[in-house]
Design a protein around this ligand. Structure first.
Ligand SMILES: *[C@@H]1O[C@H](CO)[C@@H](O)[C@H](O)[C@H]1NC(C)=O
Ligand SMILES: *[C@@H]1O[C@H](CO)[C@@H](O)[C@H](O)[C@H]1NC(C)=O
Length: 151
């Protein structure tokens, strides 16, 4: 009973500030303040549910909180996107020709949004086709979202 109550509370809080079914958006933190051209810290810890050497991610900034992804793992309504990036797992060196996630992201022109508006930063994590057990799975996608607040 207590466990159920705690879970329900946790979900209620999660719905307000951030949504997570993939990895963790460590930075920016929920409701971080942004302006046009702000350079904000970025740190995402992948879930890597298929235990791959490298995890592809794409980042989206959107006006509404995404509730689903399209067939190829994209957020359809967004004002800016970043990536794709490839996260090296298990201490592997970055794959040549790939971009590791940057330590910061630059916000686009958001002057159209009034102070106090919420915008949403989502990270889509992909498990490439053929990498999940038993080995012949199609590509899989999960995403995590956090809110940002227009200053
Ligand atoms: C899914 O969304 C992404 C990003 O908006 C887009 O690039 C891609 O073409 C879309 N895929 C489909 C199948 O519509
Ligand atoms: C943003 O991150 C890059 C590396 O990803 C770093 O070279 C640069 O100095 C950072 N800029 C700021 C303003 O933090």
């Amino acid at each position: 009973m207590l466990a159920l109550f705690t879970l329900a509370s946790a979900l209620a809080v999660a719905a307000v500030f951030s949504k997570r079914s993939a990895g963790s958006i460590v930075a920016p933190t929920a409701a971080s303040s942004i302006n046009s051209g702000s350079v904000i810290p970025f740190n995402y810890v992948d879930l890597n549910w298929c235990h791959e050497g490298y995890t592809p991610i794409t980042v989206y900034l959107s006006e509404t909180q995404p509730t689903s992804l399209n067939a190829t793992g994209g957020v359809t309504e967004y004002m800016a996107s970043y990536g794709p990036y490839l996260i090296p797992n298990y201490g592997l060196a970055p794959l040549s020709g790939s971009q590791v996630p940057p330590q910061n992201l630059t916000m686009p022109d958001i002057s159209a949004y009034t102070s106090g508006s919420a915008l949403y930063l989502s990270v889509v994590e992909t498990a490439l086709a053929g990498t999940c057990p038993p080995g012949n799975q199609p590509a899989q996608y999960q995403f995590s979202t956090t809110s940002l607040t227009v200053a």
